[in-house]
Design a protein around this ligand. Structure first.
Ligand SMILES: C[S@@+](CC[C@H](N)C(=O)[O-])C[C@H]1O[C@@H](n2cnc3c(N)ncnc32)[C@H](O)[C@@H]1O
Length: 251
């Protein structure tokens, strides 16, 4: 399905007339923000500022608090089933307001969680989450970033890097930048899990907010950066629209 095609949009509008007005508002808001920013990261930071002011939970993609909890728990349980241990050091790229992060932080040893995000506004909401869940003594690091070169982080430090619903909002050059640098901060036996919006047809984007990629594109990109990529087939059985890839450093 190509969500950017006129045909898809017309059919969607006919079957969901209640969504037309909110969508037009989003088009107007996004056009305005694009005109006022210079690059994708600046633009998306502005989107997050606007969305977070309304609701941090909605800004990270959850329509209700119940969904926010469920989506975080699902990420956490999957990662524990797939190797995460309390002694691991973890980096979460695009940690948002710690929807999954608060589960990771409670599970990991103090000081072992590091969250990054391009949005200072959502990171302030993340601090509220730490307070709400009484996680102050777990001493997580939370840091704003302007790119994904990870230049300020040490070599070979992290067992696990995790990015959920971040590449689904990223153009290829942002993903390429991340894949070019993530291997340096991973331990030799570490791994990087990320989700993406998968298409089996034409790659496309909607409003520069949502990006759809073919699995082969991302696997080939990882390969160019000496990373081996595996499509996580069992993730597909979970109630979530995105797909997941795990990459590891090539020996
Ligand atoms: C849909 S939210 C998901 C947040 C979190 N991963 C979760 O599952 O709750 C996407 C988050 O990624 C952040 N983000 C988007 N592009 C980013 C980038 N290039 N670098 C770091 N963070 C990014 C956004 O600011 C936002 O907080």
């Amino acid at each position: 399905m190509d969500r950017s095609s006129i045909r898809h949009q017309a059919r969607y509008a006919l079957t969901h007339p209640d969504r037309i007005l909110p969508h037009l508002r989003r088009v107007a808001r996004d056009t305005w923000l694009r005109m006022r920013t210079h690059d994708h990261v600046g633009y998306y930071r502005a989107v997050m500022k606007s969305d977070t002011a309304r609701s941090p939970e909605a800004a990270v993609g959850s329509k209700s608090h119940k969904r926010w909890m469920a989506m975080g728990q699902m990420q956490f349980e999957y990662l524990v089933e797939h190797g995460l241990q309390p002694g691991h050091r973890m980096l979460e790229i695009g940690c948002g307001n710690l929807r999954a992060g608060h589960w990771f932080i409670a599970y990991l040893e103090p000081g072992h969680y590091y969250g990054l995000d391009i949005s200072p506004d959502i990171l302030m909401a993340a601090q509220d989450t730490l307070t709400t869940y009484k996680l102050q003594d777990r001493l997580p690091y939370l840091s704003p970033v302007r790119d994904l070169r990870l230049a300020f982080l040490p070599d070979g430090h992290f067992d696990v890097v995790h990015a959920h619903s971040v590449f689904s909002h990223s153009p290829l050059e942002v993903i390429d930048e991340c894949l070019a640098h993530v291997g340096r901060v991973l331990k030799a036996d570490g791994w990087f899990d990320f989700t993406f919006d998968r298409t089996d047809g034409r790659e496309h984007q909607v409003l520069r907010e949502d990006f759809y990629y073919r699995t082969e594109t991302l696997v080939a990109m990882a390969d160019r950066h000496d990373l081996d990529a595996v499509f996580m087939t069992d993730w597909e059985h979970l109630p979530h629209k995105q797909s997941k890839i795990r990459v590891t450093r090539r020996c």
